[in-house]
Write a protein that binds this ligand. Structure first.
Ligand code: C5P
Length: 206
């Protein structure tokens, strides 16, 4: 069974995808990490993430980069969002994601275009979302909890910019697949959102 989990930044899709993988005993790929690695490689090279050639060149990043905690930073997330608009970057990362989706026994992948581009044949597609204000509030709580001093307004602006880039790009824009189950978890806690996702998978997959 392939489970595609898509949604905007800070929607909780990563947490839900991880929980689904554990619950159904499937391997999980956080595809955002691949784009983050490309963004980080561009940053390390001192290149411009808006330059398609520099971004494409960064796609042969060393595999060890995927374990670097710095990929989780807001700054690298911003780079990832900028490199991900280039078709050459999306093309370079396609095969790896496709192979993961098609492995024997199935898989859970989370990202922006899993149900629409990477695995359109997925048995279950979830589109996980929450209001921009709630996503910003959660991201702010998480960051201040880690001791990072940041203004809520700055997070709101960052989330709005990433949403605009993700939904506005020509190639593989962020959009719910026509056959996706939309899970808006604005008013849900973590456990409730996970339970709703598990129930949606069971309802779809039987
Ligand atoms: O999900 P995460 O925030 O780690 O993703 C970082 C960036 O990578 C996103 O803002 C998005 O622009 C890009 N991305 C993408 N397609 C995916 C996963 C992530 O374009 N499948």
């Amino acid at each position: 069974m392939i489970i595609a989990v898509d949604g905007p930044t800070a929607s909780g899709k990563g947490t839900i995808a991880k929980a689904l993988a554990a619950h159904f005993g499937l391997p999980h790929l956080d595809t955002g990490l691949l784009y983050r690695a490309v963004g980080r490689q561009v940053q390390l090279a001192g290149s411009n993430p808006d330059d398609p050639h520099a971004a494409a060149a960064a796609c042969d990043f060393p595999v060890s980069l995927l374990d670097d905690e710095i990929l989780r930073s807001e700054e690298v997330g911003g780079y990832a969002s900028r490199v991900s608009v280039h078709p050459a970057v999306r093309h370079a990362l396609y095969q790896r994601q496709r192979a993961f989706a098609l492995q024997e026994g199935g898989a859970v992948l989370d990202g922006r275009d899993i149900g629409t581009v990477i695995a359109p044949e997925a048995e279950v597609k979830l589109f996980v979302t929450a209001s921009p204000a709630e996503r910003a509030r959660r991201r702010w709580l998480e960051m201040t909890g880690r001791g990072i001093d940041v203004e809520l307004a700055a997070i709101e602006a960052d989330i709005a910019a990433r949403d605009a880039r993700d939904t506005g790009r020509k190639d593989a824009p962020l959009v719910a697949a026509a056959d996706a189950v939309v899970l808006d978890n604005t008013a849900m806690g973590r456990d409730e959102a996970i339970a709703a996702a598990i129930a949606a998978v069971i309802a779809r997959a039987g």
